[in-house]
Design a protein around this ligand. Structure first.
Ligand code: NAD
Ligand code: IPM
Ligand code: MN
Length: 372
């Protein structure tokens, strides 16, 4: 197998802490399973602002374009709260998504059996949960024009953002959702607010047409976003694949994370279009942020970052076996009762970031022996 180019961008806060555990796992895979990686690492977010004065350098964007995949940590640092809007640490991830045209953000929410008790919902509501939220990530109100803050003649100000979606943008993200559904339980729920927003009305029409033309075999339903938030808490297992826009997808995926026990558990993959040469730009990141409230304490849950790396191996490096090995190891560690603070419950053993990472490695060792 050929050497794969991986760009690692740990970022701020807990980003570097949880990324360190992934580095150990990558090293293990290189040693035991012949994974050949050419790893480059660079600064983004507040870490880049501190050294270079910008949240992300053009050179880093070029590196990301040249890489076979990007593994991203998280950006955001209260220390940079005073800088101009276009210089915030968060610009790093927004620019990467745009520059690489990473329009489809896959956010799976799966409940590990051992964690059904860790959810704030009753275990019988979440046990066995397996949903996939497909969030559009380069359009919608995040990027629509006009935008800005204006001063009016009377001296008062107004802030403006615009929700915009084109037919092409809706179709391409919906295709990703329909294709995923075919390999799962074959159901897609499309989410918008067509009752108040024209962009939502177009969204519903386009998804309906596309379904008729190309995916009549998939079961399609539609739901208003506010109802969807409620339904995710009431009966989350009614969903298979959810497809939605940028802002609703952001909110609904944080909500879905709590069904699984913690924001510290959810990985994600953000994919671009498949190119003529078969390549596809891809960035992998946990859905959580830099968690300034716990940064530097060594207590962050590294599993979302580790599971993001597993998704990377599966979708970008064609290493299904290695991805499954990591996921099985994580599942076994949780079954053994080890818990970081965010998923802690009675009778379990509390560990920090590093010990959780080490425990995953030990399980990988054991599983590797069993398989050999
Ligand atoms: P957050 O996701 O950083 O944290 C929310 C809460 O969840 C916090 O209490 C935090 O301690 C907890 N948490 C998050 N990840 C955890 C983990 N792995 N283990 C244990 N607990 C965890 O969201 P926030 O506090 O709203 O935002 C903090 C900063 O991160 C902001 O600057 C925000 O813009 C940024 N952010 C970045 C990304 C990203 O880089 N993709 C995503 C979300 C937020
Ligand atoms: C996420 C984050 C980002 C978003 C921020 C940091 C720009 O919340 O990845 O979910 O809103 O997309
Ligand atoms: Mn978010």
């Amino acid at each position: 197998t050929s050497t794969r180019k991986l760009l690692v961008l740990p970022g701020d806060g807990i980003g570097p802490e949880v990324m360190r555990e992934v580095a150990h796992i990558a090293g293990w895979l290189r040693h035991h399973r012949g994974l050949a990686l050419d790893i480059d690492e660079d600064l983004v977010g507040g870490a880049s602002l501190a050294v270079h004065g910008v949240p992300i350098r053009d050179a880093v964007i070029e590196k990301a374009k040249a890489a076979d995949a990007v593994l991203f940590g998280s950006v955001g640092d209260p220390a940079w709260g005073h800088v101009g809007f276009d210089k915030r640490p968060e610009v790093a991830i927004l620019k990467l998504r745009q520059a690489l045209d990473l329009f489809a953000n896959l956010r799976p929410a799966q409940v590990f059996d051992a964690l059904a008790e860790a959810s704030t919902l009753k275990p019988e509501i979440v046990r066995g949960l397996d949903i996939m939220i497909v969030r559009e990530t380069v359009g919608g109100i995040y990027f629509g024009e006009p935008r800005g803050i204006e001063t009016l003649p009377d001296g008062s100000r107004r802030g403006i953002n615009t929700e915009v979606y084109t037919t092409a943008e809706i179709e391409r993200v919906s295709r990703v959702a329909f294709d995923l559904a075919r390999a799962r339980s074959n159901r897609v729920c499309s989410v918008e607010k067509c009752n108040v927003m024209e962009s939502g009305l177009l969204w519903r029409e386009v998804v309906t047409d596309l379904h008729k033309r190309e995916y009549p075999d998939v079961q399609l339903s539609h739901m208003l976003a506010d109802n969807c938030a409620m339904q995710l808490v009431r009966d989350p297992r009614q969903f298979d694949v959810i497809v939605t826009g940028n802002l609703f997808g952001d909110l609904l995926s944080d909500l879905a994370s709590m069904l699984t026990g913690s924001l510290g558990m959810l990985p994600s993959a953000t994919l671009g279009a498949v190119q003529d040469d078969g390549r596809r730009a891809a960035l992998y990141e946990p859905i959580h942020g830099s968690a300034p409230d716990i940064a530097g304490k060594g207590i962050a849950n590294p599993l979302a970052q580790i599971l993001s790396f597993a998704m990377l191996l599966r979708y970008s490096f064609d290493r299904e076996d290695d991805a499954a090995l990591i996921e099985k190891a994580v599942s076994n560690v949780l079954a053994s009762g080890l818990r970081t603070a965010d998923i802690m419950s009675d009778g379990m053993a509390r560990v920090g970031t590093e010990m959780m990472g080490q425990a995953v490695l030990r399980e990988m060792d054991k599983l590797n022996v069993t398989q050999a």
